[in-house]
Ligand binder design. Structure first.
Ligand SMILES: Nc1ncnc2c1ncn2[C@@H]1O[C@H](COP(=O)(O)OP(=O)(O)OP(=O)(O)O)[C@@H](O)[C@H]1O
Length: 244
């Protein structure tokens, strides 16, 4: 992983005039965006606004899609999805190590599982894990690859509210320790505000708002000052809050 000084001097992701269309309908409309290395960024937007399309483009998972523009991203990119995508016929540690071999990789896999709170579950089958545990294993699978960029597409979307808060703390903790650049796609305004240092709103194929959240961590949903950010984000999303 890059040193902290290197991280500050070069963007991890650079998009220039990035355009993506499906069936003649433009979903991303000439996006220009730099994500500085080591930054924790969230991407908000309505359903269908193109968040996953943007994330897939950055991940290089959209081969064959009609599009234009220039994109640079680091070499080591990990992606976490809403479902853990663990292979049910492989034990948890083997899922984490998928494609990696050797004693040293195994040690790193065990360490990653310990980091996400799954020490002792190395030989469990994915079917024996709860939803939150499965997402922890998915995070460990990403972590063990030492990503420079971690892309997460609604990673906590299927979890209950309490588990989600614990996963927020875990993700932020892992980010602090390893400092990958993070791009987190979410529907959840509060999740974005509590976790990210920069929140982007995708609207009509463009970045409609680019908001820096300059507040110390850990943050709580209940901090009154975060309410100002919430209102700005909701306004950018075209949602008006009912204050009655
Ligand atoms: N492979 C594809 N083929 C055709 N249309 C697609 C494809 N992928 C995405 N789209 C369309 O592009 C638009 C944006 O989809 P995308 O999944 O990026 O939105 P999203 O903001 O991530 O939505 P959600 O929050 O509901 O997941 C949608 O209208 C979707 O139907």
């Amino acid at each position: 992983m890059a040193t902290h000084t290197e991280q500050l001097t070069r963007p991890a992701v650079r998009l220039r005039s990035l355009t993506r269309s499906f069936d003649g309908r433009t979903v991303l409309d000439g996006i220009d965006l730099d994500l500085p290395a080591g930054q924790f960024t969230a991407l908000l937007g309505h359903s269908g606004s193109g968040k996953s399309t943007l994330l897939r483009a950055v991940a290089g998972l959209d081969h064959g899609v009609v599009g234009r523009g220039r994109l640079t991203a680091p070499e080591r990119v990990s992606v976490v999805f809403q479902d853990s995508r663990l292979l049910p016929w492989r034990r948890v540690l083997d899922n984490v190590l998928l494609g990696l071999n050797g004693k040293e990789a195994e040690e790193r896999g065990r360490a990653a599982l310990a980091e996400v709170g799954l020490k002792g579950r190395e030989r469990a089958w994915p079917g024996e894990l709860s939803g939150g545990e499965a997402q922890r294993a998915a995070l460990a699978r990403s972590l063990v690859r030492e990503p420079e960029l971690l892309l997460a597409d609604e990673p906590f979307g299927a979890l209950d509210a309490l588990t989600r808060i614990r996963m927020h703390n875990l993700l932020r903790e892992l980010w602090k320790r390893h400092r990958p650049s993070v791009l987190l796609v979410t529907h959840d305004v509060d999740e974005a505000i509590v976790l990210a240092d920069r929140v982007l709103v995708l609207d009509q194929g463009r970045i409609g708002l680019d908001l820096t959240i300059d507040r110390p961590h850990p943050r709580s949903y209940r901090e009154p000052v975060l309410g100002e950010y919430r209102e700005r984000l909701l306004a950018a999303l075209g949602v008006t809050e009912d204050h009655q």
